[in-house]
Design a protein around this ligand. Structure first.
Ligand code: F6P
Length: 443
């Protein structure tokens, strides 16, 4: 099932290219049909960005360039210098992508110079720089068995011209930036500065965040694994709730501006009665508010399970929460934690009504994102890593490599950073959540 997103804004879908491709690909592929071997992908091969707005109309869907190995390369593999940076919060699968990029570059393209930038863009900024680490097959051999990032991550803004100065000084040809919306905006700015200077450096982004909120992308890497672990927290809450008289299980999950983790974990568990996400407003009070709805649920079934996304209570707990170094609100900081706030409100409500309840609050917090990638994410990471290498070697730049409607494609970073993907409250994905929980509008 496709996760809904708001209608597409007008985007420029043309992919920037560094120039003519003068080198042959080392791949034993073909462009001729019927030879029983897979094919090079032609730049004219397209993936429809969003068919929905064109249904029933004459207009054609916007086509994105399809990802995959190109017959001709811009970079001469033997002398190409590559850097990889991982930024933002941790996420399952980062090491898998790093490993896939390194192995594809080393074994398939025979690139010999690959380095890893330490601790995100901070490690690239000459004012905070740490020496990069040399990467090769031996170094990355087993890293996909571990969560986290062997390179380290960081948040925060850096002066773009300083980052580009460093790339030029290091004679970097290709920069792979693995991260979420902040990282990708950074990659877009780096690409723009490089273009302004006319430097032949490719910048390729790979979408990584447990929040799954990167525009146009089917799924960001790490999301599936985070959902799997979030489901365990919900299952525990259900066990606790059903083992007590008027038991209430309350689970708070990450998800800053989009509620995909909460919604998908709700669907996966199928034990949730109220799922609260930032995209769908709710009220605590009133006949149809959350508190009265929980009361009715307890009267009917004797237990209730509630899942709340961390960002959904901004209106309830106040917008003026603390900010992280990238300027994002920290909804889990003291005083703005929606989980803690809801726990207090629910307990107070039932105490005031002299109804005895047992509330168990579970916040798995960072545990859902520090684990190693599950099988589905491992496959996605590997495919993303390899397709990112194909794009970069062919001189594509300012590009995000992502799976769109099941096919890997090139999305211009300018387009991918126009906004965030969010749940469409009128879409089929949210309707499934409502059918699973049975909740009515809490307003
Ligand atoms: O962006 C992904 C995410 O996991 C969000 O869900 C969460 O709000 C944020 O990172 C917290 O990350 P950190 O505490 O590392 O800044």
């Amino acid at each position: 099932m496709r996760m809904s997103e708001k209608p597409v804004v007008q985007i420029d879908h043309a992919i920037h290219s560094l120039g003519p491709c003068n080198y042959p690909s080392p791949f034993p592929l073909t462009t001729r049909a019927g030879l029983r071997t897979t094919h090079f992908v032609h730049d004219r091969a397209g993936v429809a960005l969003d068919s929905a707005p064109w249904e029933g109309s004459e207009a054609k869907p916007l086509l994105l360039e399809r990802a995959g190995p190109r017959e001709r390369l811009f970079f001469n593999p033997g002398v190409t210098r590559v850097a990889i940076v991982t930024c933002g919060g941790l996420c399952p699968g980062i090491n898998n992508v790093v490993r896939s990029i390194v192995l594809e570059l080393s074994y398939r393209y025979r690139v010999q110079s690959i380095v890893g930038i330490r601790f995100g863009y901070e490690g690239l900024d000459p004012t905070t720089r740490l020496p990069p680490v040399e990467l090769g097959p031996e170094v990355v051999n087993r890293i996909h068995k571990e969560g986290g990032s062997i390179l380290g991550v960081s948040r925060g803004k850096h002066e773009v011209s300083r980052l580009v100065d460093q790339l030029v000084q290091d004679k970097t040809d290709i920069l792979f930036a693995i991260g979420g919306d902040g990282t990708l905006r950074g990659a877009r700015d780096i690409h723009q500065e490089i273009s302004r200077r006319g430097a032949p450096i490719a910048v390729v982004g790979i979408p990584k965040t447990i929040d799954n909120d990167v525009l146009f992308v089917d799924k960001t890497l790490g999301f599936d694994t985070a959902v799997e672990f979030a489901r365990e927290a919900i299952d525990a809450a259900h066990v606790e709730a059903t083992s007590a008289r008027n038991g209430i299980g309350l689970v708070k999950l990450m998800g800053r501006d989009s509620g995909f983790i909460a919604a998908s974990a709700t669907l996966a568990s199928d034990e949730v009665n109220f799922c609260l996400v930032p995209e769908v407003p709710f009220r605590l009070d009133g006949d149809f508010g959350l508190l009265a709805s929980i009361e009715r649920r307890l009267a009917q079934r004797g237990h209730a399970v509630i899942v709340v996304a961390e960002g959904c209570g901004a209106a309830l707990v106040g917008q003026d929460s603390e900010r992280d170094p990238s300027g994002n609100p920290r909804y889990s900081s003291l005083g703005s934690d929606i989980g803690v706030h809801l726990r207090g409100a629910i307990q107070e409500y039932f105490n005031s009504k002299k109804v005895q309840t047992t509330l168990k609050y579970i916040d798995p917090s960072y545990m859902i994102r520090s684990v190693r990638a599950n099988a589905t994410d491992s496959i996605l990471c590997d495919e993303l890593g390899r397709n990112a290498v194909h794009a970069a070697m062919a001189g594509k730049t300012g590009v995000l490599v992502a799976r769109i409607h099941g096919t890997f494609a090139h999305v211009p970073l300018e387009a991918a950073t126009l906004g965030r993907k969010r749940i469409d409250p009128d879409g089929e994905y949210w309707r499934s959540v409502l059918e699973s929980t049975g909740q009515t509008p809490l307003i």
